[in-house]
Write a protein that binds this ligand. Structure first.
Ligand code: NAP
Length: 345
């Protein structure tokens, strides 16, 4: 993995193109920051609402909580978030559809995803079209801003490119999709092999990448290519379990030390957590994790996934805070900078 120094990082922060705007006519909110999603030209909030992940808007373990989930999406819109990420497989497209009903269509960006089919499916084109029509219906819209292939692993890539991409292109020609994206299967592919191939071929307008302080490898292997080709970058896995539950992080650090993949003298779990909180103005580990991602050169938007309105408020606040101090970034780089196998689960 190519190592990028902290000083390179610091320089990138000042280069970042962020537009803080107040545009009542576009639905932008003066308490949010907006940026341009690569070559799509879409003006997106720097925080996006993830409607999947372990929480699925709070619906993963409680499917009766649809009303709360709709309220959470509306809370996100009120906070100035205009980017809503869902998927055919999450079971949250209908919730998003209900939450945005009555909101002018140009005030929010819908990102959704097609689950991969078997290469042996008898009607691949029909199945992709059927999936898209169902998503459009549930979301209550006649177009998707960014339509992704979902969780493409290296072994799926040729099939995705050769058989699914042409169908998506035809749907784009019909105006049902504005931009085509791909999301990686970060758990199976934490060193981004699929994206490295996909970006070399330059077929995708937007990519969704796993990036967090435990596995910053996209910095060397993905972001240089996305920036060169102006591909929009959505950051997933900013927090997950390891960075929302300090006890989980402590276990991971102990395992890493025993495996000899981090320096033997690296700080122990609680000491590291105490250090990053003491040396910064952050008050929680999730805040550290979101701020780490938000100010990474190459990340356009950080997705936050939650079922908890208070977490959503705090996470947006964190994403809008300044970069972490250099001493904290340096320490995180010393401990985790060379890792490319963790996910944060
Ligand atoms: N391959 C793919 O396409 C793919 C894979 C994974 C994710 N995604 C997308 O990326 C989005 C973001 O990923 P993610 O949902 O895993 O998000 P995340 O923001 O990295 O982590 C979410 C987890 O952290 C917890 N959490 C969030 N804020 C917290 C806080 N302030 N304090 C304590 N716990 C907190 C949540 O629980 P609570 O509900 O309790 O807050 C949830 O368990 C997903 O929603 C999905 O849209 C895509």
């Amino acid at each position: 993995m190519r190592r990028v120094t902290y000083w390179g990082f610091a320089w990138s922060v000042t280069e970042r193109r962020v537009e803080r705007q107040i545009h009542n006519d576009t639905g932008m909110n003066d308490s949010m920051e907006y940026t341009t999603l690569g070559r799509t030209g879409l003006k997106t909030s720097v925080a996006g609402l993830g409607c999947g992940g372990p929480s699925r808007l709070g619906m993963r373990n409680d499917s009766r909580s649809e009303k709360n989930a709709v309220a959470l999406v509306r809370q996100a819109l009120d906070l100035g978030i205009n980017f809503l990420d869902t998927a055919e497989s999450y079971g949250t497209e209908a919730v998003v559809g209900k939450a945005v009903a009555g909101v002018a269509r140009d005030r929010f960006i819908i990102s959704t995803k097609k689950t991969l089919l078997s290469p042996h499916h008898s009607n691949i084109e029909g199945e992709v079209k059927k999936g898209l029509e169902q998503s459009l219906k549930l979301l209550g819209t006649d177009y998707i801003d960014v339509y992704h292939l979902h969780g493409v692993e290296p072994k799926d890539y040729d099939f995705a490119r050769d058989r699914l991409m042409p169908v998506m292109r035809r749907l784009r020609e019909q105006g049902k999709i504005k931009f085509i994206g791909v999301t990686e299967g970060f758990v199976q592919d934490p060193s981004h092999q699929m994206l490295q191939q996909g970006l070399r071929e330059d077929l995708w307008d937007v990519v969704m990448v796993g990036f967090n302080l435990l596995n910053p490898s996209a910095r060397g292997s993905v972001f240089p290519m996305t920036q060169e080709k102006r591909v929009g970058v959505l950051n997933m896995f900013a927090v997950r379990r390891a960075l929302s539950q300090p006890d989980r992080l402590k276990v991971i650090l102990t395992d890493l030390r025993h495996a000899g993949v981090i320096p033997k003298n690296a700080m122990k779990g609680q000491d590291l957590i105490d250090f990053v909180l003491r040396e910064s103005d952050a008050t929680t580990l999730p805040e550290i994790a979101y701020r780490f991602c938000r100010h990474e050169r190459g990340v356009d938007l950080v997705l936050t996934g939650t079922g908890n309105p208070e977490h959503l408020r705090a996470n947006v606040e964190a994403i809008l805070k300044p970069p972490l101090p250099g001493i904290v970034l340096q320490k995180l780089e010393e401990v985790f900078g060379d890792l490319d196998h963790l996910t944060g689960n």
